[in-house]
Design a binder for this molecule. Structure first.
Ligand code: ADP
Length: 218
């Protein structure tokens, strides 16, 4: 199903979102107040326009009210990001996602009605840090302050063992939700499937439990 998106701010983050959405066949209205940026996305987005997103009249004229989901990807100019978000909430946009530059910015965005606040640099930093600390953790996704989903390599200790043998839920309090083996992914692993050391387990749980489990693997 085609959905309408608008991306405001075509820096590295907004530009990348605009590119991916367009590649997925979505209708994207790309907005930036910098002519060069807009020219860069003319052949990528469905429409690319030069506009100042803090100006409510301009956004109305662009038909922003008919768009399902607006992504505000203005980075350094926090004031413009906040003003744009206020204008969009006033216009009653259904879904507004905003990139936050820091925690203070994030707090304000939540207060003024952004539906989703993303913090790509911080989140990517955390993922990379987890990956650097533990060579077992291949990827990491934070679900809340104390819960995550991680991808861990099974390793030699799990070779030839089943989930029943390991009893991960009872022993560590976390759940294996899927197992990746080469290019395939098993999203409902059965208790007696035998693991291979090269398998990648996708594990959900409290951070402290995941950490205990992951230490056991080494
Ligand atoms: P990133 O860190 O993702 O590269 P930047 O801060 O470099 O983000 O880019 C933000 C983009 O937002 C820039 O291209 C800038 O021209 C655009 N921008 C800033 N203020 C406005 C505004 N008021 N209206 C429209 N676009 C804006």
């Amino acid at each position: 199903m085609k959905r309408d998106f608008a991306v405001i701010g075509l820096g590295r983050f907004g530009g990348s979102i605009c590119r991916e959405l367009s590649m997925e066949g979505m209708q994207v209205l790309a907005i930036d107040n910098d002519e060069d940026k807009v020219n860069e996305y003319k052949n990528i987005a469905s429409h690319a326009v030069i506009a100042d997103s803090t100006d409510e009249v301009t956004l109305k004229e662009l038909g922003i009210k008919n768009i399902d989901h607006v992504i505000v990807a203005i980075g350094d100019n926090i004031q413009a990001s906040i003003l744009t978000t206020v204008v969009l909430t006033d216009l009653g946009i259904k879904k507004i996602t905003v990139k936050a530059q820091n925690d203070y910015h994030e707090k304000i965005l939540n207060k003024i009605g952004a539906d989703q606040v993303v913090h790509p640099e911080r989140d990517m930093g955390k993922r990379i840090a987890h990956n650097i600390i533990s060579s077992n953790i291949l990827d990491y996704l934070e679900l809340s302050d104390d819960h995550s989903i991680v991808e861990v390599k099974a390793g030699e200790k799990m070779q030839g063992k089943s989930l029943v043998d390991l009893d991960i839920r009872a022993n560590y309090g976390c759940n294996v939700v899927a197992i990746k083996r080469e290019k395939s992914i098993n999203v409902s692993p059965s208790a007696d499937d035998l693991l291979d050391s090269e398998d990648i387990l996708i594990v959900i749980g409290a951070d402290k439990d995941i950490s205990r489990f992951e230490k056991h693997l080494v």
